[in-house]
Write a protein that binds this ligand. Structure first.
Ligand code: ADP
Ligand code: MG
Length: 339
């Protein structure tokens, strides 16, 4: 049964970047405004994420890595979002099946912090320890999740990994995208040993700002940040809202650079990305692409994620209306700039 769980977990957590995406979403869900990510060997040896979110209560620690254990199913609206995001309470469980997980966490009311270690969904003693129970320790309010030796117990998955530097680049890419969508959350990514947290060199740093342009500057540089256009568009009848931050018609990328968030989650949605590209095609040379951060909010029940959770391919029940909105927003942004 353990083998089956590990294979299943490897389907949910493909690589360090997919583990980071899940953990970063958890930090954001916990209200964090500060997230620091540290990696060794591209995240395969060590992958650590520390946040200043609301933390996890000690009595909840035994369940954190249990399958389908989630603290986020409180209302009917949340039940609908199970349909939206396909799986709930599976991320940490999956990670614990393919790595050793340590959670160090403190909540605002608690006397002290607690640390717990997990393997295969269950609390286990720390290396050299005898008791699996959470141990009292010191920490400010928030949560640190440490993932060690990812895929060490699943050799086929491990062999499918590219180089550490390639995995590291994928982590930077996914964190960079979340940094744009959540500009008020200060994020940093660094390699282990590159200096103490907060001090040494980080490969990606955002400072936390209400202004998404500041995040674009931090992630993509000033050349793009200076050429940003913005527009919003909404469709009351369908409950759709689009917010678009995009490059002007004189800026071009060599690679597709449309980033799509639906209901706050990074997803793939080719029809929406194509709608943006179409609006820019009269302005850009062949093979050149615009940058766009496209954020769509839609009623949870009208959004469907494909069978495969990590592909994050999203299907919209009201795709035609959403495309029309995206077109409107892109035209408004480009039109304002040209007039
Ligand atoms: P889900 O996010 O779908 O609830 P996860 O497996 O990602 O499932 O996380 C399980 C639970 O662990 C969450 O519901 C939450 O209660 C808790 N949790 C995980 N990470 C954090 C964090 N950084 N801060 C606070 N709580 C967390
Ligand atoms: Mg989660």
């Amino acid at each position: 049964e353990l083998t089956i769980n590990r294979i299943a977990a490897g389907e949910v957590i493909h690589r360090p970047a997919s583990a980071i995406k899940e953990m970063l979403e958890n930090s954001i869900d916990a209200g964090a405004t500060f997230v620091t990510i540290t990696l060794a060997a591209g995240g395969l040896k060590l992958l650590e994420i520390a946040d200043n979110g609301h933390g996890i209560r000690c009595e909840d620690l035994p369940l954190v890595c249990e399958r389908f254990a989630t603290s986020k199913l409180t209302a009917y609206a949340d039940l609908q979002s199970i349909a939206t995001f396909g799986f709930r309470g599976e991320a940490l469980a999956s990670i614990s099946h393919v790595a050793r997980v340590t959670v160090t966490t403190a909540t605002a009311g608690a006397q002290c912090a607690f640390r717990a270690t997990y393997a295969d969904g269950k609390l286990v003693p720390e290396p050299g320890g005898s008791s699996a129970a959470p141990r009292a320790c010191a920490r400010t309010v928030g949560t640190t999740i440490t993932v060690e030796d990812l895929f060490a117990n699943t050799p086929t998955r491990r062999r499918a990994m590219r180089s550490a530097s390639d995995e590291y680049a994928r982590v930077l890419d996914v964190v960079g995208k979340y940094a744009l969508a959540y500009p008020h959350v200060a994020m940093a990514v660094r390699k282990a040993g590159s200096g103490a947290a907060g001090a040494g060199h980080a490969d990606l740093t955002t400072r936390g700002s209400v202004d998404a342009r500041a995040a674009v500057r931090a992630v993509h540089g000033g050349a793009l940040a200076q050429k940003l256009l913005a527009a919003e568009s909404s469709d009351e009848a369908y409950g759709l809202r689009v917010s678009l931050l995009c490059s002007d018609a004189n800026w071009a990328a060599k690679r597709p650079s449309v980033v799509v968030f639906v209901n706050g989650r990074l997803v793939e949605c080719a029809p929406l990305a194509a709608a943006i590209e179409r609006e820019y095609s009269p302005f850009l040379p062949r093979g050149a692409h615009p940058f766009a951060l496209l954020q769509l909010s839609a009623p949870a029940a009208r959004v469907d994620v494909n069978v495969h959770p990590t592909k994050a391919d999203v299907l919209l029940a009201d795709e035609g209306e959403a495309i029309a909105l995206v077109q409107n927003a892109a035209r408004a942004a480009l039109g304002d700039a040209n007039s």
